[in-house]
Design a protein around this ligand. Structure first.
Ligand SMILES: [Fe+2]
Ligand SMILES: [Fe+2]
Length: 221
Protein backbone atom coordinates (compact mmCIF):
# COMPACT_ATOMS: atom_id res chain seq x y z
CA UNK A 1 0.00 0.00 0.00
CA UNK A 2 1.45 3.30 -1.04
CA UNK A 3 -0.35 6.20 0.48
CA UNK A 4 2.41 8.73 0.79
CA UNK A 5 0.99 12.02 -0.41
CA UNK A 6 4.02 14.14 -1.10
CA UNK A 7 2.03 16.66 -3.07
CA UNK A 8 1.79 19.01 -0.15
CA UNK A 9 5.54 19.21 0.18
CA UNK A 10 5.97 20.18 -3.46
CA UNK A 11 2.94 22.45 -3.15
CA UNK A 12 4.64 24.24 -0.30
CA UNK A 13 7.90 24.55 -2.19
CA UNK A 14 6.39 25.44 -5.56
CA UNK A 15 3.70 27.85 -4.55
CA UNK A 16 4.45 29.30 -1.22
CA UNK A 17 7.22 31.35 0.16
CA UNK A 18 8.39 28.91 2.82
CA UNK A 19 8.74 31.80 5.22
CA UNK A 20 4.92 31.99 5.31
CA UNK A 21 4.67 28.84 7.42
CA UNK A 22 6.65 27.77 10.42
CA UNK A 23 8.50 24.46 10.28
CA UNK A 24 5.90 23.04 12.64
CA UNK A 25 3.08 24.14 10.35
CA UNK A 26 4.85 22.59 7.33
CA UNK A 27 5.21 19.34 9.27
CA UNK A 28 1.50 19.35 10.19
CA UNK A 29 0.45 20.04 6.57
CA UNK A 30 2.66 17.25 5.30
CA UNK A 31 1.17 14.86 7.87
CA UNK A 32 -2.36 15.86 6.82
CA UNK A 33 -1.40 15.44 3.16
CA UNK A 34 -0.17 11.89 3.81
CA UNK A 35 -3.30 11.05 5.83
CA UNK A 36 -5.63 12.39 3.12
CA UNK A 37 -3.74 10.53 0.38
CA UNK A 38 -4.17 7.37 2.47
CA UNK A 39 -7.86 7.91 3.17
CA UNK A 40 -8.57 8.65 -0.50
CA UNK A 41 -6.28 6.09 -2.11
CA UNK A 42 -9.28 4.50 -3.83
CA UNK A 43 -10.33 7.93 -5.11
CA UNK A 44 -7.14 9.47 -6.50
CA UNK A 45 -9.05 12.22 -8.30
CA UNK A 46 -10.64 13.26 -5.02
CA UNK A 47 -7.17 13.50 -3.49
CA UNK A 48 -6.03 15.68 -6.40
CA UNK A 49 -9.16 17.81 -5.89
CA UNK A 50 -8.26 18.21 -2.21
CA UNK A 51 -4.80 19.50 -3.11
CA UNK A 52 -6.29 21.93 -5.65
CA UNK A 53 -8.78 23.15 -3.04
CA UNK A 54 -5.89 23.69 -0.59
CA UNK A 55 -3.99 25.74 -3.21
CA UNK A 56 -7.09 27.74 -4.11
CA UNK A 57 -7.88 28.29 -0.42
CA UNK A 58 -4.34 29.62 0.05
CA UNK A 59 -4.80 32.16 -2.74
CA UNK A 60 -8.22 33.23 -1.47
CA UNK A 61 -6.91 33.53 2.09
CA UNK A 62 -4.05 35.73 0.87
CA UNK A 63 -6.44 37.87 -1.17
CA UNK A 64 -8.95 38.34 1.67
CA UNK A 65 -6.41 38.41 4.52
CA UNK A 66 -7.52 35.22 6.19
CA UNK A 67 -5.13 32.84 8.00
CA UNK A 68 -3.35 30.97 5.16
CA UNK A 69 -2.26 28.01 7.30
CA UNK A 70 -5.82 27.36 8.45
CA UNK A 71 -7.06 27.73 4.87
CA UNK A 72 -4.57 25.17 3.50
CA UNK A 73 -5.21 22.73 6.37
CA UNK A 74 -8.99 22.98 5.86
CA UNK A 75 -8.60 22.61 2.09
CA UNK A 76 -6.51 19.46 2.38
CA UNK A 77 -8.76 17.86 5.00
CA UNK A 78 -12.24 18.86 3.83
CA UNK A 79 -13.02 15.70 1.83
CA UNK A 80 -11.07 13.18 3.93
CA UNK A 81 -14.30 11.21 4.55
CA UNK A 82 -15.40 11.27 0.93
CA UNK A 83 -14.41 7.60 0.45
CA UNK A 84 -16.51 6.33 3.37
CA UNK A 85 -19.43 4.14 2.23
CA UNK A 86 -22.95 5.48 2.68
CA UNK A 87 -23.76 2.92 5.38
CA UNK A 88 -20.71 3.94 7.38
CA UNK A 89 -21.59 7.63 7.13
CA UNK A 90 -25.13 6.92 8.31
CA UNK A 91 -23.90 4.71 11.15
CA UNK A 92 -21.45 7.35 12.39
CA UNK A 93 -24.07 10.11 12.07
CA UNK A 94 -26.38 8.06 14.30
CA UNK A 95 -23.60 7.22 16.76
CA UNK A 96 -22.72 10.91 17.11
CA UNK A 97 -26.42 11.88 17.20
CA UNK A 98 -25.51 14.40 14.52
CA UNK A 99 -27.98 17.29 14.74
CA UNK A 100 -29.74 17.27 11.38
CA UNK A 101 -32.91 18.69 9.87
CA UNK A 102 -34.81 16.26 7.67
CA UNK A 103 -33.78 12.87 6.37
CA UNK A 104 -30.21 11.69 7.02
CA UNK A 105 -30.59 9.12 4.25
CA UNK A 106 -31.41 11.78 1.65
CA UNK A 107 -28.50 13.87 2.83
CA UNK A 108 -25.76 11.22 2.61
CA UNK A 109 -23.62 13.24 0.13
CA UNK A 110 -23.53 16.09 2.67
CA UNK A 111 -22.49 14.08 5.74
CA UNK A 112 -18.74 13.76 5.04
CA UNK A 113 -18.16 17.39 6.09
CA UNK A 114 -19.93 17.48 9.48
CA UNK A 115 -18.70 13.99 10.39
CA UNK A 116 -15.06 14.75 9.61
CA UNK A 117 -15.43 17.92 11.68
CA UNK A 118 -16.66 15.85 14.64
CA UNK A 119 -13.98 13.16 14.44
CA UNK A 120 -10.85 14.97 13.21
CA UNK A 121 -10.19 17.13 16.31
CA UNK A 122 -9.05 14.07 18.29
CA UNK A 123 -6.72 13.12 15.43
CA UNK A 124 -5.30 16.63 15.08
CA UNK A 125 -5.54 18.22 18.53
CA UNK A 126 -2.98 20.82 17.43
CA UNK A 127 -5.40 22.32 14.89
CA UNK A 128 -7.68 25.24 15.74
CA UNK A 129 -11.42 24.54 16.09
CA UNK A 130 -12.06 27.10 13.33
CA UNK A 131 -10.60 24.65 10.79
CA UNK A 132 -13.06 21.92 11.77
CA UNK A 133 -15.99 24.34 11.70
CA UNK A 134 -15.05 25.31 8.12
CA UNK A 135 -14.89 21.61 7.18
CA UNK A 136 -18.33 20.99 8.73
CA UNK A 137 -19.81 23.85 6.74
CA UNK A 138 -18.26 23.14 3.35
CA UNK A 139 -21.21 20.92 2.41
CA UNK A 140 -24.11 22.74 4.07
CA UNK A 141 -22.98 26.31 4.83
CA UNK A 142 -24.73 28.35 7.53
CA UNK A 143 -26.12 31.80 8.24
CA UNK A 144 -23.07 32.89 10.24
CA UNK A 145 -20.18 31.83 8.04
CA UNK A 146 -16.76 32.99 9.26
CA UNK A 147 -14.21 34.28 6.76
CA UNK A 148 -12.38 30.94 6.94
CA UNK A 149 -15.68 29.08 6.35
CA UNK A 150 -16.26 31.21 3.26
CA UNK A 151 -12.70 30.77 1.97
CA UNK A 152 -13.03 26.98 2.09
CA UNK A 153 -16.53 27.02 0.58
CA UNK A 154 -15.38 29.23 -2.31
CA UNK A 155 -12.15 27.25 -2.84
CA UNK A 156 -14.18 24.04 -3.15
CA UNK A 157 -16.39 25.72 -5.79
CA UNK A 158 -13.67 27.57 -7.69
CA UNK A 159 -10.70 25.17 -7.77
CA UNK A 160 -9.26 25.02 -11.30
CA UNK A 161 -10.90 21.74 -12.37
CA UNK A 162 -14.42 23.11 -11.78
CA UNK A 163 -15.90 24.07 -15.13
CA UNK A 164 -18.85 26.12 -16.28
CA UNK A 165 -19.55 29.68 -17.41
CA UNK A 166 -20.75 30.77 -13.97
CA UNK A 167 -17.61 29.40 -12.33
CA UNK A 168 -15.35 31.16 -14.85
CA UNK A 169 -17.23 34.39 -14.19
CA UNK A 170 -16.90 33.96 -10.41
CA UNK A 171 -13.14 33.41 -10.68
CA UNK A 172 -12.85 36.85 -12.27
CA UNK A 173 -14.54 38.31 -9.16
CA UNK A 174 -11.87 37.09 -6.73
CA UNK A 175 -10.35 40.18 -5.14
CA UNK A 176 -13.04 42.41 -6.72
CA UNK A 177 -16.14 41.17 -4.90
CA UNK A 178 -16.22 41.11 -1.12
CA UNK A 179 -15.69 37.66 0.40
CA UNK A 180 -19.36 37.69 1.53
CA UNK A 181 -20.55 38.34 -2.02
CA UNK A 182 -18.19 35.76 -3.52
CA UNK A 183 -19.42 33.17 -1.02
CA UNK A 184 -23.05 34.01 -1.69
CA UNK A 185 -22.55 33.71 -5.45
CA UNK A 186 -20.80 30.33 -5.05
CA UNK A 187 -23.61 29.18 -2.75
CA UNK A 188 -26.30 30.33 -5.20
CA UNK A 189 -24.57 28.57 -8.11
CA UNK A 190 -24.42 25.42 -5.98
CA UNK A 191 -28.13 25.58 -5.15
CA UNK A 192 -28.98 26.17 -8.83
CA UNK A 193 -26.96 23.10 -9.77
CA UNK A 194 -28.71 20.98 -7.14
CA UNK A 195 -32.13 22.06 -8.42
CA UNK A 196 -31.22 21.73 -12.11
CA UNK A 197 -29.88 18.23 -11.56
CA UNK A 198 -32.96 17.34 -9.46
CA UNK A 199 -30.91 16.41 -6.41
CA UNK A 200 -31.92 16.61 -2.77
CA UNK A 201 -31.81 20.18 -1.42
CA UNK A 202 -30.93 20.44 2.26
CA UNK A 203 -33.88 22.07 4.01
CA UNK A 204 -31.82 24.91 5.53
CA UNK A 205 -30.46 25.94 2.12
CA UNK A 206 -33.38 28.31 1.45
CA UNK A 207 -33.02 30.02 4.85
CA UNK A 208 -29.29 30.46 4.28
CA UNK A 209 -29.93 31.82 0.78
CA UNK A 210 -32.51 34.33 2.06
CA UNK A 211 -30.28 35.35 4.96
CA UNK A 212 -27.45 36.38 2.62
CA UNK A 213 -29.82 37.99 0.09
CA UNK A 214 -31.09 40.24 2.89
CA UNK A 215 -27.63 40.89 4.30
CA UNK A 216 -26.12 41.85 0.94
CA UNK A 217 -29.15 44.03 0.06
CA UNK A 218 -28.72 45.88 3.38
CA UNK A 219 -25.05 46.45 2.64
CA UNK A 220 -25.86 47.73 -0.87
CA UNK A 221 -28.46 50.25 0.28
FE1 LIG B 1 -16.95 17.76 0.13
FE1 LIG C 1 -14.47 19.11 -2.17
Amino acid sequence: MNCIGGVCESLLIDMFDNACFTQQQVAILNQIDTDVACALQQLPRRYEHSVRVAKTAYKLAETYQVDTFQAVAAGLLHDIYKALPAEELLLRAEQHELPWKGSLTHAIPLLHGPLAALEMPSRYPELDAAIFKAIARHTIADTDMSELDMVLFCADALEPARQGDFIHELRTQVGISSLNKLFFDCFAVGISYVIQSRRYLYSDAISIYNHYVNQLQRLDS
